[in-house]
Design a protein around this ligand. Sequence first.
Ligand code: KG4
Length: 339
Amino acid sequence: MNVTILGIESSCDDTSAAVIRNGVMLSNIIAGQKIHEEYGGVVPELASRAHQQNIIPVVDQAIKQAGIEKTELSAVAFTRGPGLLGSLLVGVSFAKGFTTALDIPMIEVNHLQAHVLAHFIKQKEYGNKQPEFPFLCLLVSGGNSQIILVRAYNAMEIVGQTIDDAAGEAFDKCSKVMGLPYPGGPFIDRLAQDGNPKAFRLSKPHISAYDYSFSGLKTSFLYLLRDGLKENPFFIEENKTDLSASLQFTIIEILMDKLRKASNDLKIKEIAIAGGVSANSGLRKAFEEHAERYGWKIHIPPFAFTTDNAAMVAMSGHFKYLDKEFCSMDVVPFSRIIV
Ligand code: KG4
């Protein structure tokens, strides 16, 4: 019997719908929201309004592109949280209405776990190289920075996480003070490729275990710009590649130092990466260098699965469907949670 899952993702500023059949992705439609660019960050009220406009056309396109009829769906999986409450409500409400109309089960999905399970999506063109359990997953996005010990599809434990800002926030906030557009991560990535990563020394945190902190780095970057601008009003313009390279280098060092420590202590060499920041070219290179140097078996997702997407939600839904983990109509979204 086929297991065909429609996934719905609406936790932040991307409205996405995807169809996965027996673990193989048939479609993955993502509608981004350009409106936030002019505000330098996501405006929650505008995000939920845009989701409301996008959700039906996006689902319609996902089903058409998958080449199926909606009556062939086994269940609908949706992101319950964490995320922006107004945005989540759109996806949750849509799932309630759609599953009631089709008389099929509804499956709630944790957004962070979905990022991890994106590694199990089967795609014809990418083959089938999935991580083996147990593995460590570095989950780095605009809202989270965590090291997750993954024992099974349904057994994940956070072994380390940020105590303040996320890695993506560090990229975005520092790029904002440099006058770059939002989100700044991809711009820093591009500029860094022409810069000297050792041009400027930035502060690194000293905190225990496998936890992260990025607020000190952000402050030290701010002071660097402030002092530089006092001497030279064109400091940022003249140094933007070196500033970007130094910032990126320090963020990657912070991330990899703790991941290496966790890998050594837990004796796990199967290592994956997930979340928006995993698109960063420097971080991908650092992973490859670690694989060579420390014998890690690494898993880097295709770019389409680094940012928010419904394919990962449908994949999580697939596993929960096999376990018959359905939810009831009184389910409500949550804005904050840990895996
Ligand atoms: O997972 P994601 O799409 O969204 C949420 O956090 O919900 O991650 C977005 C984050 C942003 O902070 C963005 O700047 C960062 O991922 N990002 C990058 C790159 N591409 C996206 N950061 C560094 N380098 C990149 N190439």
